[in-house]
Design a protein around this ligand. Structure first.
Ligand SMILES: NC(=O)c1ccc[n+]([C@@H]2O[C@H](COP(=O)([O-])OP(=O)(O)OC[C@H]3O[C@@H](n4cnc5c(N)ncnc54)[C@H](OP(=O)(O)O)[C@@H]3O)[C@@H](O)[C@H]2O)c1
Length: 254
């Protein structure tokens, strides 16, 4: 039987590492993308130790803002495996840009390079390999803060958060990017969805989130392993509502 191959970008820590760990636990070969070699090697070691013998976890050098790096990663995967079944575009950054009136274009460009342009670059580099898989899955790790409907709903806890520009708008752009890839690929077996991890304690938010990284990985794992009848072109994951259950999941409005 041919192994199922998954590439997770930004897999050396946080939600990406947990996504790799959980996909590996299902017997999927996990390729842990990391931009820093030492951190990538350490993630590979930790994944192998955790998953035990028989599991395949390998570090792939991949800086999502570097076209050459994305092409080299695709070339390596092609030589090693010939195809790719799952791409989780997980790598992301947030900057402390302040309110919209104080946000500079440098902060906007920095966040968009990773959260928006990086996803497009990696997806386009990997698509030839994904099209060779019998039923590929692309998961773009987005956020509820990119859901314009949610953040403008006065009843949502998200409406109480301070106004920021770079990170939320990058995830809104990622949501539309997800919808458009899903539309382009709708007559193929490839499914493209956006994941909402929920507010998760990681380095990204200096561990202010109330969910664990393992819980944050839940949405990515679910969308990466959808069956043939699963949806394409949706935003799915943790549902944060005032007074609602802490572990509710489902589709979010764009
Ligand atoms: N935490 C939350 O509450 C939350 C909520 C919704 C969505 N998300 C999203 O979840 C994803 C994972 O975030 P996280 O919370 O797990 O944050 P994290 O712990 O800071 O992890 C971010 C990962 O992305 C990597 N990365 C950043 N820039 C990269 C680049 N240019 N090339 C390759 N890798 C790069 C980081 O690598 P280095 O170690 O080298 O920096 C790290 O592995 C992000 O897309 C984030 O926006 C997070």
């Amino acid at each position: 039987m041919t192994a199922t191959i998954a590439l997770i970008t930004g897999a050396n820590k946080g939600i990406g590492f947990e996504t790799a760990r959980r996909l590996g636990a299902r017997g999927i070969t996990v390729l842990a993308g990391a931009r820093d070699e030492a951190r990538g090697i350490e993630a590979e070691r930790a994944l192998r130790a955790d998953l035990g013998p028989g599991a395949e976890a390998r570090f792939v050098p991949l800086d999502v803002t570097d076209a050459k790096s994305a092409q080299e990663a695709a070339g390596w995967i092609e030589r090693e495996y010939g195809h790719l079944d799952i791409l989780v575009n997980n790598a992301g950054i947030a900057v402390r840009g302040g309110p919209p009136s104080e946000t500079g274009l440098d902060a906007m460009r920095e966040v968009y390079e990773t959260n928006v342009f990086g996803v497009i670059m990696v997806t386009n580099a990997m698509l030839p390999l994904l099209r060779r898989a019998p039923a590929a899955r692309i998961v773009n790790v987005s956020s509820e803060v990119g859901s314009i409907t949610s953040v403008t709903d006065p009843a949502s806890p998200l409406a109480q958060m301070p106004a920021g520009l770079a990170y939320p708008s990058s995830k809104s752009a990622l949501n539309m990017i997800t919808a458009m890839y899903a539309r382009e690929l709708r007559d193929t077996p490839v499914k493209v969805n956006a994941a909402n991890p929920g507010y998760t304690a990681t380095d990204l938010n200096r561990h202010s989130g109330f969910r664990s990284a393992a819980e944050g990985a839940e949405a990515s794992v679910h969308l990466a392993t959808l069956g043939p009848d699963g949806p394409s072109g949706i935003l799915w994951g943790h549902l944060w509502t005032a007074g609602g259950p802490a572990d509710a999941y489902g589709s979010l409005p764009w």
